[in-house]
Ligand binder design. Sequence first.
Ligand code: SOE
Length: 401
Amino acid sequence: MTAKALNIGLVGYGFMGRTHSNAYRRVGNFFDLPYLPVLKAVCGRDQAKTRAFATQWGYESVESDWKKLIARKDIDAVDICTPNDSHAEIAIAAAKAGKMVLCEKPLGRTAAEALRMVKAVEAAGVPNTVWYNYRRIPAVTLAKQLIDSGKLGRIFHYRANFLQDWTINADLPQGGAGLWRLDAKASGSGVTGDLLSHCIDTAMWLNGAITDVTAMTETFVKERTHVGTGKVEKVSIDDACTFIGRFANGALCNFESTRYARGHKAQYTFEINGENASLKWDLHDLHRLEMFDYRDESITRGWRSIHVSDADQPYMKNWWVPGLQIGYEHSFVHQVADFLTALGAGKPCAPTFRDALETDKVCDAVLKSAATGKWAKTGVEWAAPGPKAAARKGPRAHALG
Ligand code: SOE
């Protein structure tokens, strides 16, 4: 296939800027695509650091003002890797300028902010996607295929954890370029928006709408020095959040996230229990999907560990030879591959901004419930998936782009 060029303008050069740049650089080596990314420009406030990043990753030019980046005629797609408080402004301006928009998660700091972004991309008619990358780890995509095929039958339970331990030190400051995740003004919330949003995105992709939640949050360290002001200020993020809830299909859910789980660096796990079979997955062993199928012969029935590395398993034919696994960074490569494939076919690439809005609605409901001590309705609108997922109506019907 002769690929057309798609000129990327990246805003932000932190951790996510690196994962996305790596994906843009590698995707064409492994996937046959209708478009190929060209690293046209990277934009950041610190000129020296932005230039160093451009050299390291092969960007053709640098900008220090995202408005100038957006105004450039040679930029087709704007990729937003900045702290959450600038997602909306940049995305809305980029959409108005007719650019495609790829945005880091969570889409907005609140659902109201995310809704403005949805309206902007939909009014402009520009392709858009949000980087909920864990969907595209082959073992997670395989879970989706198995659930959609009806293998699990009726779903009863879904549970997920995202555990970290990097904020236990009370001397850690909040705010600034490195620690904006601890400053609610920049991030919107703590673990709810940063970590549970991943769990919620995967959960609703696999099992449909979460309709009702009841939650608890805690802020264990109440005050931290703010990098911006140099003063000791109240900490307004949630350090930990636990919630239970219901899905539209009647299943119950149980989610936990914290940055105070000593010993856990980034342990994202989920499990789903159906009447016929259960699946579980663990980010620390990301190429494996565990499955228990009650319909197996009884004398050998038990949990099996599927090493997701064969050519007929999701994405794997594009990589090495069967049995050789891939890792975290490949989930971003897959997202770029799916985005470019969908672009070539004139289709949306999930999760779109509208899909990610639904995740923000659940996050809002979780935080509202924690604040009021009452159950909260999420207001999530799309229907639950299941064996007939392909026939579903609404934005999530394009599940894999
Ligand atoms: C936070 O530590 C973080 O980097 C999140 O922001 C990412 O979304 C998550 O994938 C890993 O943890």
